[in-house]
Ligand binder design. Structure first.
Ligand code: NIG
Ligand code: FE
Length: 429
């Protein structure tokens, strides 16, 4: 008698399990994939039930026909976790892209009232349904590219009521979409127009008014700050994140995106879960990350989209023993990118990661970057059944054949998207 399971994926050329080791991967461990060749995966109750050679699992388990998938020698990978996005936004900023193509810089455009502040105006003016509708479409596209868990930041609202609204909308997106969302409070994304001349007052609103409400009334798990020259300086950042830590939020930082003002050092000192961007980090900043056990979230799609030709030093980070994760930074200004595979390709081509390191960065390490490493990011029994089934001969094709999606099916909590065609008797036996 075969044991009944909810789904059975068989005949995979490679099941990239990522292995049993639960922690974030650093140094030589960042390239460990633990591949089962000619493999299969069984899922039950939304969890991975068994992984092993295709023949063994086919004789031990059976699943309903519409949940039995012939991977046709393709690759099975854990669903990606995208650990840094700003996908809750209203309206796009094509005109800024055009301006950058004509030679203007991101920071110049921002200083003139474009950039984040322009998205804040759009967000405040837009109806909930309009924002939700656009954001759901973005999540659909991410799922299509194999992403099953997405961190989403607030930060286009920048007033107490509007930031609370943003965090509520993220909760609603989470309920409405199959992807799992992890929410981050980023009230310190910019100084809003009304506090440009009194920045101290806005920092006080963040620490005394917004953070207590965020901690008490929302499910935000993280607090993030855009720690950057001309935005939040190190001292202001410290005040915000220390208050957040006291209230039980974990930390992330936008650090050293343009200038190394000390963001990485602060992330290391305070034991942030991740520090993100890091294009301009000094050796000292990187040492602080390593010593503080901080995950470096690299966002090569942002460098690429800004046409900066300057990238985070991913190779150096791995050599130093810093766990590296990858994310899209999906936002309307600096990175209108929803594709994790594109980010992986850029990581290989521009920041010096190998394909294996990039896959670890987008699964195990990115799950850790949102505090979910114990529950997802690997294909081992007990973890969440979040998988992607690729039409590709090896995991390397994912980064080598760039620009599109290789995904045939995504499995989220054991549910298959889109449903596979019925398996014929001949291929099922
Ligand atoms: O991560 N750097 C700050 N925040 C975003 C950009 C947001 C925007 O331009 O709208 C980023 O790149
Ligand atoms: Fe960002």
């Amino acid at each position: 008698m075969k044991e009944r399971v909810d789904s059975l994926i068989f005949n995979a050329g490679q099941v990239v399990t990522m292995g049993q080791e639960p922690g974030p991967r650093r140094g030589p461990e960042q390239s460990r994939l633990d591949i089962v060749e000619d493999g299969a995966v069984a899922t039950k109750n939304g969890r991975i039930h068994a992984v092993g050679p295709s023949q063994d699992l086919r004789s031990a388990f059976e699943a309903p026909a519409e949940q039995t998938i012939d991977a046709e020698r393709g690759v099975v990978l854990p669903g990606f976790t995208d650990p840094h996005t700003h996908l809750l936004f209203a309206g796009t900023r094509e005109h800024e892209f055009e301006m950058r193509c004509q030679g203007r810089s991101y920071m110049e455009i921002a200083a003139e009232g474009g950039g984040i502040r322009s998205s804040v105006r759009s967000f405040r003016a837009a109806a909930d349904e309009a924002i939700l509708g656009q954001s759901l479409r973005r999540l659909d596209r991410m799922l299509h590219y194999g992403t099953t868990t997405v961190e989403v930041k607030s930060g286009y609202a920048l007033s107490t009521e509007q930031e609370m609204r943003a965090l509520r909308l993220i909760e609603e997106l989470d309920q409405r979409h199959p992807c799992d969302l992890v929410s981050t409070f980023l009230g310190a994304h910019e100084f809003p127009d009304e506090y440009r001349e009194d920045r101290e007052a806005y920092v006080r609103i963040l620490t005394d008014e917004m953070l207590p409400r965020v901690a008490a009334e929302t499910n935000a798990r993280f607090c993030d700050v855009f720690c950057e020259a001309g935005v939040f300086d190190v001292e202001q950042t410290r005040r915000v994140v220390e208050k957040a830590q006291k209230l039980g939020l974990r930390l992330k930082l936008h650090a050293d995106e343009f200038e190394p003002i000390g963001g990485a050092e602060l992330a290391g000192e305070l034991g942030a879960v991740s520090a993100d961007h890091l294009l301009a980090s000094t050796d000292q900043g990187l040492e602080a990350l390593r010593d503080g056990g901080v995950i470096a979230v690299c966002l090569p799609g942002t460098s690429f989209s800004l046409g900066k030709h300057v990238y985070a030093r991913g190779r150096k980070m791995i050599e130093m023993g810093i766990p590296v994760a990858l994310a899209t930074d999906c936002n309307p200004g600096s990175s209108m990118v929803d594709s994790m595979p594109l980010v992986l390709s850029l990581a290989c081509l521009e920041i010096g990661l190998t394909p294996a390191e990039a896959v670890v960065a987008a699964t195990v390490n990115s799950a850790h970057a949102v505090g979910e490493g114990a529950d997802r990011g690997r294909i081992v029994p007990g973890l969440r059944a979040d998988l992607q089934i690729l039409e590709a001969p090896s995991y390397v094709s994912l980064v080598y054949h760039l620009g599109g999606s290789h995904v045939r099916w995504v499995v989220k909590d054991g549910r298959v998207f889109p449903p596979p065609p019925p398996v014929t008797t001949s291929s099922a036996t």
